[in-house]
Design a protein around this ligand. Structure first.
Ligand code: ACM
Ligand code: ZN
Length: 544
């Protein structure tokens, strides 16, 4: 009998799925109860907001207007309850236990309420509301003949982690301001709140620095797209045929404001002491041996390291960071710190003199000196320094946050440092999505199928419970050596970033592969409406 009941339930679910009203939210909410019936959005539906929810209300009206063609009426209210035929976004009677990003969403046949204490929660409630609607709600132009039903639900939701991140490397290949905005839109849909902007590397310097115009005049351009790629795979060429591009400070301000409106903080990364060939092409005197350097996709890999013995290096980097700080209002500044070759430092009389003078026994300790000195400056500017795993080598700076890609999380968190988890095994979105390389675009290597991202647990198994709150969350990293255009970047990011969004937002106990992949089919329909590229076909699972 039991079996029969279950079978009937499955059939009912299938019928509902066919009708399109089994909610398919990604990331899955913490608590969701489905009820009978639906609210139907109509041209006469009114959107009510209070002062805090006004901007989110505008955003909702705009989004709904595009897809439905309705010019929905809005009004301000101080009421805590919606009237019939209204959608109310309010901070009134919000549950403080849901935090700054949490929200309640109640849909009945008569009305819709999104209730949250803060604007981020209201925004996320609206993302869930949109995902309750038919995928056509993400269309750019009015879709006629639609029944804009929103199934009746009661949702209470808040994120598991406060750092839900995505890193885009714009140094190896350049993506335009508008492409970055498109990415921010899709991050917001997934309730991802941190965009780590990898702005400088050996192959390109992508941010205008007023004090040092040569950084972009020289460092933003290289001979060609490089990496053995078809030159036609990218459109990022200057008028003189060189490959590259950069963001002006106005562009950066525009992106920061755009992200902020979607409750995304941009964390800028300025790489040091290594991965600095593009900067050293502009200022070779800041290296140990004077170069030669070029922002060269073939020869420059890992080659460029700032001289740690010259005070001019620190003066330069501090001037750069002072401008960066003015542009990015977030709490964190990422200074890289990964993969620093030490051979130049070993041979450099200035670096060796610095070590002697500071009592540093190894080049690892010299690296630690470098990061600590920069950290002092970043802290004095009122910000926190974050760096890759290797900033632990030779001793971790006092308040630094570690971004773990090759280990160190347990040690750092146990010593009281905050940590963001981005281990290669689960978070490297530049890795292949399939073992069948014949059917995939060329990637850097590795193998990271969707199921592995979905199985990621950000809290390290061997981390003592008392230190677990130091794990701020997780992040997907998209390095772009073999990603020469934006459609390709989307292909690498999605759907793996959908899995990462769920890992970092939803309760650990709610992880369910079959249900996730069911919901993913609806996410793909949303992507089709939004014009977002993604890897299609059956996702691979390890062992299959
Ligand atoms: C890294 O992937 N080199 C941080
Ligand atoms: Zn040196």
């Amino acid at each position: 009998m039991r079996y029969q009941t279950a079978a009937i339930l499955v059939l009912l679910m299938a019928a509902n799925a066919f009708a399109g009203d089994v909610p398919a939210l990604i990331p899955l909410p913490q608590k969701m109860e489905c009820r009978d019936g639906a609210f139907t959005l109509q041209a006469k539906t009114r959107i009510l907001t209070d002062a805090t929810s006004r901007e989110t209300g505008k955003y909702l009206v705009e989004r709904l207007g595009k897809a439905t063609g309705y010019n929905l009426e809005t009004a301000t209210t101080t009421k805590a309850q919606p009237g019939k035929g209204t959608i109310l976004l309010t901070t009134k009677d919000a549950n403080p236990g849901l935090g700054a990003e949490g929200y309640e969403l109640i849909v009945t046949a008569d009305s819709v309420v999104v209730r949250a204490g803060k604007s981020a929660g209201l925004f996320y409630g609206v993302q869930s509301l949109l995902e309750l609607m038919p995928p056509e709600v993400f269309a750019a132009k009015p879709v006629v003949g639609m029944d804009w039903k929103i199934p009746c639900v009661q949702i209470e939701d808040q994120p598991r982690f406060k750092w839900r991140g995505f890193m885009l490397d714009v140094a190896r290949h350049f993506f335009t301001k508008d492409e970055v905005k498109q990415m921010l839109d899709v991050l917001a849909l997934h309730k991802i709140n941190t965009f780590h902007f990898h702005l400088t590397d050996d192959q390109g310097w992508r941010i205008e620095i007023k004090k040092y115009p040569r950084l972009t005049q020289v460092g933003a351009w290289r001979k060609d797209a490089g990496f053995g790629l078809d030159p036609k795979a990218s459109t990022a060429y200057g008028p003189d045929g060189r490959y590259g591009g950069y963001y002006t400070q106005d562009d950066i301000r525009e992106l920061v404001a755009y992200a902020r409106a979607k409750h995304i903080t941009i964390v800028p990364e300025i790489e040091m002491p290594g991965h600095a060939s593009a900067a050293l092409a502009a200022f070779p005197e800041l290296s140990c041996n004077g170069g030669p350097y070029s922002p060269n996709a073939e020869g420059g890999v890992f080659a460029g390291v700032y001289c740690a013995g010259k005070d001019e290096t620190f003066e330069f980097l501090q001037n750069v960071l002072a401008e960066v700080r003015q542009l990015f209002p977030g709490q964190y500044i990422h200074i890289g710190g990964d993969e620093v070759p030490k051979d130049n430092w070993q041979k450099c009389p200035r670096c060796q003199a610095r070590m002697k003078q500071e009592g540093l026994k190894t080049e690892h300790e010299l690296q630690s000196y470098f990061v600590r000195r920069i950290e002092k400056f970043v802290n004095a500017q009122g910000r926190n320094l974050i760096g890759w795993s290797e900033i632990r080598e030779g001793g971790l700076a006092q308040n630094a946050v570690v971004m773990d890609w090759i280990g160190g999380a347990v040690e750092a968190a146990s010593a009281g440092h905050d940590v963001v988890m981005a281990p290669t095994k689960f978070c490297y979105l530049d890795y292949y999505q399939s073992t069948n390389h014949a059917t995939e675009p060329k990637a850097i290597g590795g193998y990271l199928p969707l199921s592995n991202v979905y199985s990621f647990e950000p809290i390290p198994a061997n981390l003592d419970a008392q230190y677990q709150s130091h794990i701020l969350g997780g992040q997907g990293n998209l390095w772009t050596e073999y990603v020469p255009n934006f459609k390709h970047a989307e292909f690498m990011a999605f759907p793996r970033l959908c899995a990462l969004a769920e890992v970092t937002w939803s309760p650990k106990a709610s992880r369910n592969w079959d249900d996730f992949t069911r919901r993913l089919q609806t996410q793909f329909q949303r992507f089709d409406q939004l014009g977002v590229n993604y890897r299609k076909g059956t996702p691979e699972r390890i062992g299959e």
